[in-house]
Design a protein around this ligand. Sequence first.
Ligand SMILES: Cc1cc2nc3c(=O)[nH]c(=O)nc-3n(C[C@H](O)[C@H](O)[C@H](O)COP(=O)(O)OP(=O)(O)OC[C@H]3O[C@@H](n4cnc5c(N)ncnc54)[C@H](O)[C@@H]3O)c2cc1C
Length: 408
Amino acid sequence: MGQQVDFDIVVIGAGVVGLASAYKIQLHHPGISIAVLEKEEQLAAHQTGHNSGVIHSGLYYKPGSNKAKTCAKGRKELVAFAREHNIPYEICGKIIVATRAKELAKLEEIFQNGLENEIEGIEKIGPDEINEVEPFCGGIAGIKVPCTGIIDFTKVAKKLGELIEVQSSGSKVLTSHRVTSLDRHDFYTKVITNQGALTGRYIINCAGLQCDRIAEMDGVETKMKIVPFRGDYYELTGQARDKVKTLIYPVPDPAFPFLGVHFTRKIDGSVECGPNAVFSFKREGYGKTDFSFRDCWDALSYKGTWKMFLKQWKYGLAEYERAFSKKLFLRQLQRLIPSLQADDIKPGNAGVRAQAVGRRGELIDDFLIKRRGNAIHVLNAPSPAATASLAIGDYINQMATEYFKLKD
Ligand SMILES: Cc1cc2nc3c(=O)[nH]c(=O)nc-3n(C[C@H](O)[C@H](O)[C@H](O)COP(=O)(O)OP(=O)(O)OC[C@H]3O[C@@H](n4cnc5c(N)ncnc54)[C@H](O)[C@@H]3O)c2cc1C
């Protein structure tokens, strides 16, 4: 252990997961130095800065899963963190709405799941109560979820970045530092970036859409690949904004890990509707026609992607149609708000989800975090990882404390 290093820990990726992990480790081990390396000029440039900004309750997730374990805990911590650091948030609640009789069984299943996950205050509601909360919503039955909220996760990420540097003078959050390769040695790793090399005793990979590539640089056999899914949003215009008071979600398709096209009143007062979910030809491409040869090659030369396409082709085609047809997108939205018209929506933002896909084409649903030697790799941190970030940070701190034998 005599080797001199620049930092005790190097975290790769300054999204909310990397920053929350560094923050939690620093909090529990004030004496150690951490570098968080981010390839972009600013923090939260990808998934964290392009998400719906929803503080999820945790009612959907399989009891006992990592998502279920960290979402409710992370939500409570996130709210306390926002309050402490004056980050605007609102616990506005949401409703999940069935619009067709065939969705009622799934709605009941979600409700029972919420009870099992001990989500506070959830209740079943009928059409009248749905309209008390959302007068324009046309549902036949629903679930009211009072503890759901909204926040700007970019603000959360920036505050975490500030605190990491304040907590220890030896720690740094370095933007415009793209990690290009890793050179492993017995007791340290040389991290090569576009701005030169630095050394760290331990590595934590939180690179989101690029996490499988960083893991490969570290020689990890991941048995998965990141396949990017773009989600396009529309925004409600003018007076149509008044048609949504809080958050309105459909009953999700059980075969797919995404929550379906929903309405979200954001913390800045705008109302977003979406996202859909289509295969993206570029991992960090936010336009409908963005393309990267490398990203396409990586995804399409992987058998798991084709197996996934075969399993999900019907769903995938429908999503593609909606991506290019406002009319079809609107029709989907009208299931929840029947009076919505084409003039009421205009194109909004887009986000790309990092979806880990296994070799048999299965969409890996739960958070996946692996240790190998002197490194921890976060290989799947989809929604609700932003909500759960502080709890994921605690989990990674526990792993780091145990495996890296960190001292206080
Ligand atoms: C459309 C959409 C909607 C969502 N809605 C919600 C929601 O409402 N609520 C919720 O809780 N979750 C939501 N999520 C999920 C949530 O946003 C993500 O789970 C979370 O942001 C993941 O954070 P991360 O830090 O792992 O990844 P990211 O935020 O993607 O951060 C990874 C970082 O690593 C950096 N990086 C990559 N490669 C390198 C390299 N070689 N060198 C240096 N840096 C590198 C990237 O630039 C990036 O900044 C949504 C996601 C999407 C895409």
